[in-house]
Design a protein around this ligand. Sequence first.
Ligand SMILES: NC(=O)c1ccc[n+]([C@@H]2O[C@H](COP(=O)([O-])OP(=O)(O)OC[C@H]3O[C@@H](n4cnc5c(N)ncnc54)[C@H](OP(=O)(O)O)[C@@H]3O)[C@@H](O)[C@H]2O)c1
Length: 245
Amino acid sequence: MIILQDKNILVTGASQGIGREIAITASKLGANVTVVGRNVEKLQETISLLTGNNHKMFAVDLAVTEDLDKLILQSSAFDGVVFNAGIVEYLPVKFLSESKINAVFSINFDSNVLLSQKLVKKKLLNKKASLVFISSISSKLGVGGTAMYAASKAALVSFSKVLATELAPQGIRSNSICPGIIKTAMTEQANDIASEEEVKKAESEYPLGYGEPADVAGLTMYLLSDISKWMTGSDLIIDGGFTLK
Ligand SMILES: NC(=O)c1ccc[n+]([C@@H]2O[C@H](COP(=O)([O-])OP(=O)(O)OC[C@H]3O[C@@H](n4cnc5c(N)ncnc54)[C@H](OP(=O)(O)O)[C@@H]3O)[C@@H](O)[C@H]2O)c1
């Protein structure tokens, strides 16, 4: 049985898309959920969709250290953290700039490193807590134009593995998930720069079609729950069979 009864779970990037679905599903399984993002209205909407009343929201920019500190200061200990906030940037390598590199890495990688470090240092992770990093299948591919996104997500997988080793003595687990394309606002952004024909062709390369936020949420629930208690340091692909070819 996957249950999260009375577990305190932090979900970053929960104002929409995959993060929102993770928050909703965790609340259905009994968790007290803390949702984080920048957009206050969208976070309030997420809160209104949660089952139960014991939930909190923090409107912070995770790429800003002072905001991270604010979040840490106002938090109590967590049994699970889902590091989901992220952005995508499509740019061929020859058009990259220092500011573009920093913009992607600061939220997709640095903020997750700093948040997890602060949670550890302030003893805000309960014994047997589960950390879940939402990476991407891009971390394992070489799709043109995705250099910074793919590299930031690959760095996240490596970071999660090292964290798994360092936190195992405290019984804390760390795993990452590498989803293929999931239908959210983020993928609509990609569709905006492609023709209708290209969009259809891209989806046809997924044996099971594109995924939905609920697909990632389901796997996340498994990792957050005690049913996966012997699992740490893994990176799990969930991609509707895309990488079978
Ligand atoms: N969709 C896909 O196909 C796909 C595939 C593989 C992996 N992923 C990964 O899954 C995660 C969620 O993707 P999604 O499709 O649900 O994206 P999305 O709909 O664009 O949502 C991204 C979330 O991240 C939050 N966020 C972004 N920058 C932030 C910042 N500086 N501070 C705080 N929150 C921030 C956004 O909240 P605010 O705007 O309120 O700040 C939003 O809630 C991302 O890490 C993405 O890379 C997505």
